[in-house]
Design a protein around this ligand. Structure first.
Ligand SMILES: [Zn+2]
Length: 379
C-alpha cells in the first residue's frame, strides 16, 4: 500500500473505532448491547455481506452472524469469533473519554476488543462476495464473552464444528502484538459450610461456626496452587455470618482456578473433591465447575500459525507467538473441539479491563491488511 492509502485507511479505522467505543456496551446491559448490535449492522448495510441474528433472550444482546456465503453453500469455512460486550459499566466513558495521546488511542473496551472486531469486519467488507475468499467466512459476534459466554456457548460450539479453522479477534499480546496459541482452562470452585447458629455469648458451646470451618478450606484450596504444574487456585470471594454476636450458621467461598490442560483439570478436580468437613457437626458442599477447557497448542494449530505468519509478512509485519496465557476466551471452546484455533489476532495495545486500555493507532492498517490476506487466501 502507498503511504497515502495507509494513512487514509488508518483514519477510517480510527474513526470507526471511536464510534464503537463511544457506544458503551457492558455485558449486563441488554439495551446497550442491542444498540451496539444495531451500530455494527449499520456499518455493513451497503455491502454484499449477509447477516443473520440469533436472539438469546431478554437478558443480553443477539449473536450477529455476518458472512459471505453464496446461498446454499454449506461448506465448512473459516469461523471468525469476536465479542461486542465490554467489562466497563455505563459511565466509564465519562471519566475516561476516548482520546489519543501520541500513538495511543484510549477508551473503555477499545483493546478488548472493539478494535479487533472493527479490523476483521473491515477486511470482510472488502471480501464480501463468495468468490473473494477460498473458504466461506462466518464472522460471529457474541454479546456475553466477558461474563463467560453462558448464553452463546452452544452457538459458538455449533459454528466451530462447521469450521475448518477458527480465528479469534481478542487483543494481541503486549510486546510486539503476539498471537495466542494456548490458553489455560478456567473455572470456579465453591465450598459452602452449613453449621448451627446460636447466641455467641449465652450459648457459645451450642453453635457450630461455619466461618471457622470455611477458614480451613480457604487454606486447603490456596495450597492446591502448583506453579510447576501450571495450576493456580485463588479464593476470591467469601460470604458468611450475620452479626458478631451470632455464631454463624452459613459461609461460602468462591475460588477461581486455571489449569494448563484437561489432565490437570481432572487432577485438580480429584484434589478438590477430597475436601471433607473438619468439624463433624458441620456439613460442607463442594462444587467444581470447569467453565472454559484449556486451549492446547496442537500440530494443526502450529500449521495454521505458520500460514498466518506468511499472511502477516505480506501485510508487512512479523506475527510472533505468545507463551501460554492464563486468560481464557471463546477460543478455549473451539480449540477443545479439536478445531485449529488462533487467537490474539485483534488490535495491538495494552491495558485490557482497566482504565488505561488503549490501542496503537500506527498498527491498525497493517493488522487490517493481515486479515484481508488471511481471509482471502486461507484454504
Ligand atoms: Zn475479550
Amino acid at each position: 500500500m502507498t503511504q497515502n492509502a495507509t494513512s487514509d485507511l488508518t483514519e477510517t479505522l480510527r474513526k470507526q473505532i471511536i464510534r464503537w467505543v463511544e457506544l458503551e456496551s457492558p455485558s449486563h446491559d441488554s439495551a446497550s448491547l442491542r444498540q451496539m448490535a444495531e451500530l455494527i449492522l449499520s456499518e455493513i448495510k451497503d455491502s454484499a455481506l449477509q447477516v443473520e441474528q440469533i436472539d438469546l433472550g431478554p437478558e443480553t444482546g443477539p449473536i450477529l452472524h455476518i458472512h459471505n456465503r453464496a446461498s446454499g453453500d454449506d461448506r465448512a469455512g473459516i469461523l471468525v469469533l469476536g465479542h461486542y460486550d465490554t467489562v466497563h459499566p455505563i459511565g466509564t466513558l465519562e471519566q475516561n473519554p476516548c482520546r489519543q495521546e501520541g500513538d495511543q488511542l484510549f477508551g473503555p473496551g477499545i483493546y478488548d476488543m472493539k478494535s479487533g472486531v472493527v479490523l476483521a469486519l473491515s477486511a470482510l467488507k472488502e471480501l464480501a462476495k463468495p468468490e473473494d475468499t477460498q473458504l466461506p467466512i462466518d464472522l460471529v459476534l457474541v454479546p456475553d464473552e466477558e461474563t463467560g459466554s453462558h448464553y452463546s456457548r452452544d452457538h459458538i460450539e455449533a459454528f466451530a464444528k462447521k469450521s475448518v479453522y477458527t480465528l479469534v479477534c481478542e487483543p494481541a499480546r503486549v510486546e510486539e502484538g503476539r498471537c495466542v496459541t494456548a490458553r489455560k482452562g478456567t473455572g470456579a470452585i465453591f465450598v459452602t459450610a452449613h453449621g448451627r447458629p446460636s447466641h455467641a455469648g449465652i450459648h457459645h458451646e451450642k453453635g457450630r461456626n461455619a466461618i471457622e470451618e470455611i477458614a480451613h478450606h480457604v487454606l486447603a484450596l490456596e495450597k492446591l496452587t502448583d506453579y510447576e504444574k501450571g495450576i493456580t487456585v485463588s479464593v476470591g470471594v467469601i460470604k458468611g455470618g450475620t452479626t458478631s454476636n451470632v455464631v454463624p450458621a452459613w459461609c461460602q467461598i468462591k475460588a477461581d482456578f486455571r489449569v494448563p490442560n484437561a489432565e490437570m483439570a481432572d487432577y485438580l478436580e480429584q484434589q478438590v473433591k477430597q475436601l471433607t468437613n473438619i468439624n463433624p457437626d458441620i456439613r460442607i458442599e463442594v462444587e467444581f465447575k470447569l467453565n472454559r477447557p484449556a486451549m492446547d497448542r496442537t500440530e494443526a494449530t502450529a500449521a495454521l500459525l505458520a500460514r498466518c505468519q506468511d499472511y502477516a509478512l505480506q501485510a508487512g509485519f512479523e506475527l510472533k507467538e505468545a507463551p501460554m496465557t492464563g486468560g481464557a476466551s471463546d477460543a478455549n471452546f473451539t480449540a477443545a473441539l479439536g478445531i485449529p484455533t488462533l487467537d490474539g489476532l485483534g488490535a495491538d495495545g495494552n491495558g485490557a479491563h482497566t482504565l488505561k486500555e488503549h490501542i496503537l493507532v500506527s498498527t491498525l492498517a497493517q493488522r487490517r491488511q493481515f486479515w484481508v490476506h488471511t481471509l482471502a487466501q486461507l484454504d
